[in-house]
Write a protein that binds this ligand. Sequence first.
Ligand code: F6P
Length: 374
Amino acid sequence: MKKIKKIGIITGGGDCSGLNAVINGITKSAINTYGLEVIGYRRGYFGLYHNDFQVLDLKAVSGIMHEGGTILKASNKDNLFNYPVEEDGKTVYKDMSDVAVENMKKEGVDALIVVGGDGTLTSARDFHRKGIPVIGVPKTIDNDLPATDVTFGYNTSLETITDALDKIHTTAYSHDRIMVVEVMGRNTGWLALEGGIAGSADVILLPEIPYDINRVVDKIRERDRYGKSFAIIVVSEGAKPIDGDVTVREIVADSADTIRLGGIGDIVTRQLQKLITNHEIRYTNLAYIQRGGIASQFDRMIGLRFGVEAVKLLMSGGTGQMVRYRGRNVEAVNLEEVVGSGSMGETSHGGAKYVDPNGQMVQSAKAIGISFGD
Ligand code: F6P
């Protein structure tokens, strides 16, 4: 394999806290330990396609570790293996990855470190298959990637959710209200589950456990009976009733994953307003505040370690791999095992790591009286 002298960083998919810690870890260790040159492509694969990048030196990454978002910007739309191009006045989708490879050659970029979730890492795997040395870094607030105990960004989101629930509790208590709080997570309920437990939710509705609204009402009545005249209900955006489907907020046609969920919290609120007459019911959607803000200590540390290990892996001849967190160590796993397999989550179907309804975490929550609407 050609000696690596220059690397390119890509931050793809939705942003989250900890991305800048990864960029910091990659850039500083690449320069200090291996004397490499580093560039960062702007807006993920969009920058790779348009050869839009910025040079990353020690000054460029100084002081960014705690900052949310990514100094390189992100995009969750650009799949270069199925990219929209104009032909005879029509939009057609084509494999344009050769343009990216040519751009890399032009700039003398020998390898990529790709930071992202399932879509971004699937393309990383495909660039590896084309012979480009690539290492992936697992990012997403949803924590739904298999093969790693945790993704960076998740912990900061959990802190935000927990803090929001603490704040919402005061109005719930003062006004004897039922407060419905919707959180992100796409098709997996990790954010709702761990954020909800830590934030003392009374009901948690997850994609993995379809709910019966009557069981939610039962929980509210039970609390009324023992003198607690308010309740906090955390609803994952992918939650669905036993006889219904997920709530789609938007279709983003030019995105690899076209469906955006959202609004189930509003539906649950309206359902409850018909069934509960002795409480006011209010709905809050935490939405994008879960993606932003200062990175938690955990996300800074794990982001930094992921970045450093990704460079180390690349320089020791690794490619087609992703760094992952296992136990308390950062180690390598093949990207083939991460994308589209779902082989190593708590339970997994169709590529994602799902919450196990019979697993320890859900059972512990049930043991302390949290209802899952089942
Ligand atoms: O995957 C991260 C995530 O924030 C999900 O939790 C959410 O469903 C989705 O991205 C929102 O995507 P967008 O930024 O395109 O609205």
